[in-house]
Design a protein around this ligand. Structure first.
Ligand SMILES: [Zn+2]
Length: 77
């Protein structure tokens, strides 16, 4: 009892998810998580907000310093 496949609308996207909805991976190097905000996972979005990584996911020169103040900040928060 085979079901008839409905013809796709000509305007419908072919196979594959629409680009706007595509889950991408977090941009931070070595992170395998799915991106949640601005191409970062939740954790690395925090990093980004704190200046620990650039929009491209690269670490700034003074990353260590920033990371330490970030950790302090997290303990307090
Ligand atoms: Zn991440």
């Amino acid at each position: 009892m085979a079901q008839k496949l409905k013809h796709q609308d000509p305007g419908a996207a072919p196979q594959g998810a629409p680009v706007s909805n595509l889950p991408t991976a977090c941009k931070s190097q070595g992170c395998k998580k799915k991106s949640e905000k601005m191409d970062f996972c939740n954790e690395h979005y925090d990093w980004f907000k704190f200046g620990l990584i650039t929009r491209e996911g690269a670490k700034p020169i003074d990353f260590d310093k920033k990371y330490q103040s970030y950790m302090k900040h997290r303990k307090v928060a």
